[in-house]
Every structure is written in structure tokens, then in C-alpha cells.
Design a protein around this ligand. Sequence first.
Ligand SMILES: C[S@@+](CC[C@H](N)C(=O)[O-])C[C@H]1O[C@@H](n2cnc3c(N)ncnc32)[C@H](O)[C@@H]1O
Length: 255
Amino acid sequence: MFADDEARILTEAATRDGVLDPELLDSLVRRRERGEPPEHIVGGVEFAGLRLSVGPGVFIPRRRSAFLAGLAVEAVETRAPRAVLVEAFCGVAPIAAVVAARLGTSAARLVAVDHRAEALTHARINLPADALVMRAVVPDGLSTVLDDAGVLGSVDVLAAVAPYVPTASRALLPAEAVDHEPADSHDGGQDGLDAVRGLLAGARRWGAPGGVVLCECHRGQAPAAQAFAADLGFGCRVHHSDDGQTAVVEVLVPR
Ligand SMILES: C[S@@+](CC[C@H](N)C(=O)[O-])C[C@H]1O[C@@H](n2cnc3c(N)ncnc32)[C@H](O)[C@@H]1O
């Protein structure tokens, strides 16, 4: 984000009913000077044409994940009406929010799952009132919450931006991310794929026959994720984003 954009965003956030509050602006600028991300300060982020609620202590959805959101929309569309979409590791639930905004609330039954209460507070704001927003540790606790939601074994689309940064690479992320987003929202273990493997390993238990799992990763991680899926006996393909970095691994649950 450019400095001009930041200045505009903070000024807008300090303006109430058309009147600038200089003290509020001063406090927002001081938070920014201490390195806090603008999105946390103003409580919102633009994502795929939506304005989503975010705040301190949660992962800020990245623009690159709009690619996964588009694929999730297509996958739900082909399985509508009332396909079951689960966003695992949902954070503030950007993927489910895009599906609801593009296809309407009757196209999919939405379930969003994360282990962090702060993230789920924002997910509830970002999703329609009938979405199920559930707290669980993934993958171990996912069967239980899907069972509670009545969708265990009938998930049509499981979409996730799981933590996928290799542990040793987290220190290389921008300071804003390292200092202001939870470590467990980035850290995906030694090769970054621990959480992705956990999702693929559970796909048969959670998914409907013919269902699909869509996991974002870095394009350099995709071959290892694809090989893991093949070992599990899944058909798998990889979608590459135009940004040259982002990939989405798509796994089909056998019929
Ligand atoms: C990379 S962030 C993605 C969030 C959201 N999908 C997005 O794109 O903005 C990963 C999320 O996984 C959550 N998380 C990390 N480990 C988890 C676990 N074992 N079980 C459930 N959620 C977890 C974090 O709280 C964080 O919200």
C-alpha cells in the first residue's frame, strides 16, 4: 500500500459525519508509526470487491486469495443449490464471504471453522446470519464440528488458506505480519504443508462423493502436495494464479 493510500484510509477512519477528529487521527497515526497494519487500525480490508471486517490479533486476508475464492465460487456453482461449503482455517472467512456475495445465500450452506475466537468474531460479521461459524482445532476437531453441523461426509467444497509458510521462512515475512498476526496463522511446519496434508488426509471422511478440496499454497509447494494426494489415491490438479506465485491444489473425493 502506498503512503498516500494509507494517509487517505486513516483520515477517512478519523472522519465522523464529514467532520475530521484531529485527536482520533493523531492516535491512529501513532499506532501506524508503531508498525500496526492499517487494516487492523481501521478495522477493515478490501477483498475481491468486498469490504471485510478485521481487527487486531487476526490474519488479514491477502489479495492473492481472491484466486482461491473464484475457484470456490465455480465449485459451489456446479454443485448448487444448497451445496455445503466449508472454509477451514477460515480466519475472518474471506472465501465463504465471496461465495455468499457472488452466489447468494441460497446457493450454499456455509460453515467456517477456525481455532481463534478473535477471528471468528469478524467471520460472523462478514458472513450471512445463517452461516455456521464454529471454533475447532483443524484437522483433529473438524469431524466433531461437522457432525454437530449435520454435514459430516457431505461437504461438497472444502476450501482453505491454511498456514503454509515453512517455519524457517516466517522470519522473512514483513514485520507487520510477524509482529501483528498470530504465528500460527503463518507457520505450516518444516515444509509449510503440515496443515494442507491434514486436510487432504481427512477429505474422504468429511467430503461428499464427488466433492472437492481446494487448498491454497505457494506454487513451489504444489508438486509435494500433489504427490501426497496421489499417495492417498486422489485425483488431483493444480491451478496457477497469474501472480506467478500462488497455486491452488484441487483434490476430488472419489464417488
Ligand atoms: C493463513 S490464515 C488464513 C485465514 C483466512 N482463510 C484468510 O485467507 O484470510 C490461517 C488461519 O488458520 C488458523 N489456524 C491455525 N492453526 C489452526 C488450527 N490448528 N486449527 C484451526 N485453525 C487454525 C489461524 O487462526 C488463521 O486464522
